[in-house]
Design a protein around this ligand. Structure first.
Ligand code: PLP
Length: 391
């Protein structure tokens, strides 16, 4: 492909390939230096080709959240962690039906999820490793009482073809500036140490202890016992990550390319990237309630408001005055949502668009059964898209 940057239709997610490579390399060398297994969460990019880049740099496997992500990633990976409870027969079946060559692990926290996964694993005739999820402060999923986690680990080992493979936790509650994370990291270290000691006393030795996030990424080695980490956002970074100091502004690899479509109202400019291009995501982990994104080249200019297809730039803190037709790049608050809103991403270097790739694992990939849709025209359009198979 040989497109000039200026020729791209907007709004479009564009990835600075040099920044992307730097982000990938930095994480890989951190993992090597600290002998940590890197198992990146692919929910951020949802792209098999980027997953391949991560694996080629030494990632031990991938982390996914949805069955569809796991299905798509099984094209390039043979070691996948589904970091999401397999509650519900349909979800469990899809996961158990991944290709046999995939070494599969699931993180869960309930007897119901174990039962559903056990039934699906039996039906598929495969063995599945299971991490017991602990709540070490995030209060989302995960067992807060270690004795309950130990009981669940025992239940898993009794539920052949499942086997207990380790412990998982997600430090998603630590989102403050990297300079202010000490107290929460200390508490996390204590909680994890206590949990591991209780497992040892119970005679259960978790082979893997899986944690990690982008905000805490560079301090993962300060948590004794952790064997693998699962950062996702680090591959692109975003405004939130830069704001808390977990990356530099220059490490934000994905921006939304947008065109100024109106400057009619004084003090502002309107771009063609609204909530359907940027997502309506707050700046997380910071005190400021500061818009929905900021311009890469003019970080003082924020997206102060949005409709679905309009983004309103606040020009009150800048002397820069854009003209209609001018192009800008928006660093989104939360990049994972932006990726998921798009079908394709473009790789750019300087003024040149060097590559593009499908966001192949976006959506749910639900399979439609023949006749399930009301009109057959719609059914054939689905088939043409090649996304859903109609059986
Ligand atoms: C279970 C789990 N692990 C890892 C991650 C990756 O976190 P981050 O995007 O902060 O790197 C997430 C993010 O949502 C997650 O939910």
């Amino acid at each position: 492909m040989s497109l000039l940057f200026a020729e791209l239709e907007t709004p479009a997610p564009v990835v600075d390939l040099d920044r992307l490579t730097r982000n990938l390399d930095r994480a890989a060398s951190y993992a090597r230096e600290h002998r940590l297994a890197l198992r990146p969460h692919i929910k951020t990019h949802k792209s098999p080709s980027l997953a391949r880049e991560q694996l080629q740099r030494g990632a031990v496997g991938l982390t996914c959240a949805t069955p569809f992500e796991a299905e798509i990633m099984s094209e390039v990976a043979d070691d996948i962690l589904l970091a999401y409870p397999t509650v519900g027969a349909a979800r469990a079946r899809r996961v158990a039906d991944l290709p046999d060559r995939v070494r599969l692990t699931v993180a869960l926290d309930s007897g119901m999820a174990v039962d559903d996964l056990e039934a699906a694993a039996r039906a598929a005739g495969r063995s599945i490793s299971v991490y017991v999820e602990l709540d070490l402060g995030m209060h989302r999923v995960g067992l807060p009482v270690v004795a309950d986690a130990i009981a669940l680990a025992r239940r898993i080992d009794d539920a052949r073809p499942l086997r207990f493979g380790g412990i998982a936790f997600y430090p998603g509650h630590i989102r403050e500036s990297v300079d202010s994370q000490d107290a929460k990291l200390d508490a996390l270290r204590d909680a994890l140490g206590d949990a591991l000691a209780q497992f040892e006393r119970a005679g259960i030795h978790p082979d893997a202890v899986s944690g990690g996030s982008t905000p805490t990424m560079w301090r993962t080695h300060e948590l004794p016992g952790v064997t693998e980490f699962r950062p996702g956002t680090y591959i692109f970074n975003d405004r939130t990550t830069a704001e808390i100091g977990a990356c530099e502004w220059e490490d934000c690899a994905l921006t939304v390319l947008a065109t100024v479509v109106s400057t009619a109202v004084p003090g502002q400019a309107v771009i063609d990237a609204g909530s359907k291009a940027l997502g309506r995501e707050p700046l997380r982990g910071t005190a400021s309630d500061d818009g929905f994104g900021a311009l890469l080249e003019h970080p003082e200019v924020i997206v102060k408001g949005m409709s679905e297809e309009h983004g309103v730039l606040d020009l009150s803190k800048t002397s820069w005055r854009p003209r209609v037709g001018e192009r800008v790049r928006v660093v989104p608050n939360h990049v994972c949502i932006v990726v998921h809103l798009n079908d394709v991403a473009f790789g750019v270097r300087g003024q040149r668009v060097e590559s593009s790739w499908p966001i192949a694992a976006r959506g749910r990939g639900y399979t439609l059964r023949r006749g399930q849709l009301a009109d057959s025209g719609e059914e054939s359009r689905w088939r043409e898209r090649g996304r859903a198979s109609v059986d």
